[in-house]
Write a protein that binds this ligand. Structure first.
Ligand code: FES
Ligand code: FES
Length: 158
């Protein structure tokens, strides 16, 4: 029996420990937001978080997540700042790569709330997009980083 936390809920299932996490998510747990692209860890379409870090679920045996915490695109809840920025900047085209893009961006911003353009390019370089949404991805991430720069000024009530 394999046990782990998935989107903040406890999961237990009988599965071959060598099964890639991607197929456990999609086929055993019916979470279809995580996409299959290359199946070789090269395109980023299958990106999820493991203990908060972005990983490729297609090349991660499910045994590796035992006792740990996995978050998928469904776990971001739809109102995550990165998801709101994606809507605001109209990022997706066909959409196929976008859950992976969003998961990589969310992991980047969680570890570095104010990344510069180079850091964004580097962090997102493993997420391929055949529609070429790279500039919009960059703009959306920078917009979230810009909000992180904003600090409320205490109101003068005197
Ligand atoms: S499907 Fe996992 S990196 Fe391409
Ligand atoms: S939006 Fe189509 S592959 Fe990225």
């Amino acid at each position: 029996m394999l046990a782990f936390s998935l989107n903040e809920r406890a999961v237990e299932l009988e599965v071959d420990p060598e099964t890639p996490l991607l197929w456990v998510l999609r086929d055993h747990l019916s979470l279809l937001g995580t996409r299959f692209g290359c199946g070789m860890g090269l395109c980023g379409a299958c990106t999820v978080h493991l203990d908060g870090a972005a990983i490729r679920s297609c090349s991660t045996p499910v045994s590796l997540v035992a006792g740990r915490s996995v978050t998928t695109i469904e776990g971001l809840g739809g109102n995550h700042p990165v998801q709101r920025a994606w809507v605001e900047h109209n990022v997706p085209q066909c959409g196929y790569c976008q859950s992976g893009q969003i998961m990589s961006a969310a992991a980047l911003l969680a570890s570095n709330p104010q990344p510069d353009e180079d850091s964004i390019r580097q962090a997102m370089s493993g997420n391929l997009c055949r529609c070429g949404t790279y500039h919009k991805v960059q703009r959306a991430i920078l917009s979230v980083a810009a909000v992180a720069h904003w600090e409320p000024v205490a109101e003068d009530v005197s």
